[in-house]
Design a protein around this ligand. Structure first.
Ligand code: SAM
Length: 488
């Protein structure tokens, strides 16, 4: 591995003699790890576990996850182990017990969001945001596979949150960074590294924080993380938050054997993972508490001005009015009992406190105690998806959404489900025809009891309803591929 010479100089100054161990670790292959989605995969795992994350585990090699049907069923998320350290921060500030309003600001592809979905209480609200539109759709896919009813996926600039006013009890900012910590996992980040880029990243991190932090409540917590080693993107940002914005650092209790280094910042600690000390990649995390209201910046004032309702413009047809905003800003409304009766029997609602909401013809199930907040946020943010997509009203009736078949709310008594062999499951996931013996109508197919998607059976023909955009494109191997089931 050819490391940039200025990077070598910088880490040598930072680590002294220890740097040789870092370079050795960077020559090794990165550990492979994943996080099981509880609720979807209830098995005790005799796996090599990640000590700082209850459902994290290492694998002995890197399999082709795309060819494991249970990956597509949302049974687990492939995630780098150091970044699962978020769990310690969330647990130790008590965020797993209380109903909180949480924002994951830089959330795609969804590692931290799907982890938060498992960690936060069911009464909490999670807004999971990604500024880059194409990445926001990938985030939405991962959120859908995890399944939940209290998450909103948005596609907004950080300042759009700043103008909301104090809303959140907890904000996670896993900031875009120079990516030094991922050198052995992502070789492109080596070529992209330069001191200039690192400075740009550091400025961008401060801008993102300044723009979004006004929406964090006083006394609320900020979890700031990067996958870098350098002080400019890490401890200097934290020092700036303390000095300029009145934040205070919150110490965590760690097991020394995990290998995380404590970075002393004005007498308190932030945490750094180096790949030669921790079984994972480079990662930095600090937990801060907000002690005073945010300053109102000129950027925020400008954004507030822009946000004022736009004039309505006559559409070409002349008979209806349309707003000049993006169509995704269409609002949500509560679904009446009369309308929800069409699909309620499809869901297992035992003990669930849900409210059905609709945007246009699409219906979603959302946690009842957060529905007011959803309706308010949907007026002001670009919402990609919310809660559990249940289905859509079409000309010939209500059609179930893919989200429902993957969810724990799927009512097994309302649909027939057929298990497929591994080869047939993969063919189904490639959107090829598969033979089933399901009764006529809409049914589901599964692999080893884990549902993969819908089919519509008409006589001896079975129409594959797997989402076109998610289908597996790689060819199928002759030999039986790896599955997480092999490990349990
Ligand atoms: N938290 C994610 C996870 O665990 O899967 C990884 C987040 S990645 C480190 C940083 C994210 O910030 C990227 O998805 C990137 O698109 C987004 N980003 C880039 N520029 C941004 C900006 N100016 N404001 C907010 N987010 C930005």
């Amino acid at each position: 591995m050819n490391l940039p010479s200025q990077f070598v100089e910088r880490v040598t100054t930072q680590l002294g003699e220890e740097v040789a161990a870092l370079f050795n670790a960077l020559r090794e292959s990165p550990p492979v790890s994943l996080r099981i989605h509880t609720g979807k995969f209830e098995r005790s795992l005799p796996l090599d576990s990640v000590p700082w994350a209850n459902d994290g585990c290492y694998l002995s090699h890197r399999p082709v996850f795309t060819l494991d049907p249970l990956f597509h069923a949302g049974c687990y998320y492939v995630q780098e182990a150091s970044s699962m350290f978020l769990e310690q921060a969330v647990r130790q500030i008590g965020a797993t017990e209380e109903p909180l309003k949480v924002l994951d600001l830089c959330a795609a592809p969804g590692g931290k969001t799907t982890h938060l979905m498992d960690l936060l209480s069911r009464e909490s609200l999670l807004v999971s945001n990604e500024v880059i539109r194409s990445r926001a759709w990938v985030l939405a896919e991962n959120v859908l596979k995890k399944s939940g009813t209290n998450t909103i996926v948005t596609n907004n600039d950080p300042v759009d949150f700043g103008v909301l006013g104090t809303t959140f009890d907890l904000m996670v900012v896993d900031a875009p960074c120079s990516g030094e910590g991922l050198f052995r996992k992502n070789r492109d980040s080596i070529n992209e590294w330069s001191p200039e880029n690192l400075n740009l990243c550091s400025q961008r991190q401060r801008r993102i924080l300044t723009d979004a932090l006004p929406s964090l409540k006083v006394d609320g917590h900020l979890i700031y993380s990067t996958c870098t080693f350098n002080p400019e993107e890490n401890e200097e940002v934290v020092r700036w938050l303390i000095r300029e914005h009145g934040y205070e650092l919150v110490d965590l209790e760690l097991d020394e054997t995990w290998g995380f280094a404590e970075v002393d910042i004005m007498g308190s600690a932030a945490y750094q993972a180096f790949p030669h000390r921790v079984r994972g990649e480079g990662f930095f995390l600090a937990v801060l508490r907000k002690t005073q209201p945010s300053k109102v910046t000129s950027q925020l004032k400008l954004a507030e001005k822009k946000r004022r309702p736009k004039k309505r413009s006559r559409s070409r047809c002349g008979s209806c009015e349309t707003e000049t905003a993006s169509p995704i800003r269409q609002t949500f409304e509560r679904v009446t009992r009369r309308k929800s009766k069409e699909f309620e029997p499809w869901l297992n609602l035992d003990g669930e406190r849900l409210q059905f909401v609709a945007r246009g013809e699409q219906a979603y199930a959302f946690s009842k105690n957060n529905v007011e907040q959803l309706l308010m946020l949907a007026e002001r943010l670009k919402v990609i998806t919310v809660g559990l997509p249940v289905g859509e009203w079409k000309k010939h009736g209500f059609v179930a959404a893919h989200g429902l078949v993957l969810s724990e709310l799927f009512n097994e008594e309302a649909f027939s489900v057929q298990n497929l062999t591994m080869q047939d499951a993969l063919r189904y996931l490639r959107r090829e025809p598969v033979e089933t013996s399901l009764p006529d109508g809409v049914g589901a197919v599964a692999y080893e009891g884990h549902r993969l998607g819908w089919v519509k059976q008409i006589g001896s023909r079975s129409n594959n309803w797997y989402p076109q955009e998610w289908r597996i494109r790689m060819p199928l191997p002759e030999a039986e591929p790896w599955s997480i089931l092999r490990e349990v």
